[in-house]
Design a protein around this ligand. Structure first.
Ligand code: AMP
Ligand code: ZN
Length: 326
């Protein structure tokens, strides 16, 4: 247990854990930890969940720089941090099955990701874009494939012994959570958080099933785009990986004579990350910090990371100037 004693803190470094316990054990281990912590055995049988976790982990494409099992484990652990450090349990009245649905969604939310984005699949008339009519192509594929395992592989039937109506409810929740990770809905969640902040101030906040689902969706989406809010060293590891995957897609686009979404000859890691931080992260996490005041430190990390990136970018520019003899 000492290998991951900091799993409930923001110091937790998944890259170090990987070196210690091996890549294939990461996602199942995080799965085991949340299962135990949240008493999920009240709803789900562990032996089925364990198998499902292993097979989901194996179905992630390891050669992807970013969209792989490590990212899934990171999103799951980050959502776990929100519960532990953001006092989500105290704020929301989630049921045991709500929690299962949310964390299972984190685990499988990018299952079998091919390492290129929805737009690329759409532009290349990939069979997935045809199957899903260009609507949340990847997200539909992730959750559909995850349920294919659940329903068609007896070892992975995580709903064994679960009441049929509850199973249907959890399936609906998981579909909603994973579809919510499509960045196309980002602005919808920005507006929704603004609305919830306002309602909470006016104290006319009514609890409802629908609202619980919306909060679950906000939590998974937040965890999914959370890497710039982590401690700098951890964040920068993710940044290198995400940009490498974007450049890779850019190479593929150039070969196919498609508009290049991220050109390795033109876009630096600093430009990519500062753009993402300024236009997506700061507006979003400032609101999230208002909705969940205990999570304000994530917003502070973000601002700190932005400053570090700016000074690294300056240093690079200086170095280039010297290299070019100016
Ligand atoms: P997902 O593909 O489910 O992981 O959705 C999250 C999306 O947010 C990614 O596909 C990226 O487009 C974007 N994203 C997350 N982290 C970063 C980052 N550090 N830099 C740029 N884009 C990011
Ligand atoms: Zn993701």
């Amino acid at each position: 247990d000492s290998l991951y004693e900091d799993i409930e803190t923001q110091e937790f470094n998944i890259f170090n854990l990987e070196k210690n316990i091996g890549r294939e054990n990461i996602l199942p281990l995080i799965g085991y930890y949340i299962f135990k912590t949240f008493n999920m055995n009240e709803t789900i049988k562990y032996n089925k969940f364990e198998k499902w976790c292993q097979k989901i982990s194996d179905g992630y494409v390891r050669k992807n720089y970013y969209h792989n099992d490590l990212h899934a484990a990171d999103v799951t652990q980050t959502c776990f941090l929100y519960f532990k450090l953001g006092q989500i349990e105290e704020i929301h009245k989630f049921s045991n099955s709500n929690r299962c649905s949310l964390f299972f969604s984190c685990i499988c939310h990018d299952y079998r990701h091919p390492g290129v984005n929805n737009n690329f699949l759409k532009e290349t008339h990939n069979e997935l874009s045809i199957r899903y009519n260009d609507e949340s192509i990847l997200e539909n594929m992730h959750i559909s494939s995850a349920f294919n395992l659940i329903f068609n592989d007896k070892e992975c039937y995580i709903f064994e012994g679960v009441d049929n109506n509850l199973m249907k409810e959890m399936r609906k929740e998981m579909i909603s959570c994973v579809l919510a990770t499509d960045m196309a809905f980002h602005n919808f969640y920005v507006e929704l958080i603004k609305q919830y902040i306002k309602e909470n101030k006016e104290e006319n906040n009514t609890e409802s099933k629908d609202k619980n689902q919306k909060y679950m969706n906000i939590l998974i989406h937040s965890a999914d785009i959370s890497n710039p809010t982590k401690l700098f060293d951890i964040y920068f590891e993710w940044a290198k990986l995400v940009v490498e995957e974007f450049w890779d897609q850019g190479d593929k686009e150039k070969k196919l004579h498609l508009p290049c979404s991220c050109d390795r000859e033109k876009v630096t890691i600093y430009q990519s990350q500062l753009g993402f931080i300024n236009f997506i992260e700061i507006p979003y996490f400032s609101l999230l910090a208002e909705l969940y005041p205990k999570m304000h430190f994530f917003y502070e990390n973000l601002l700190n990371n932005k400053n570090i990136l700016l000074s690294m970018q300056e240093k690079e520019k200086e170095k280039d100037k010297i290299k070019n003899g100016k």
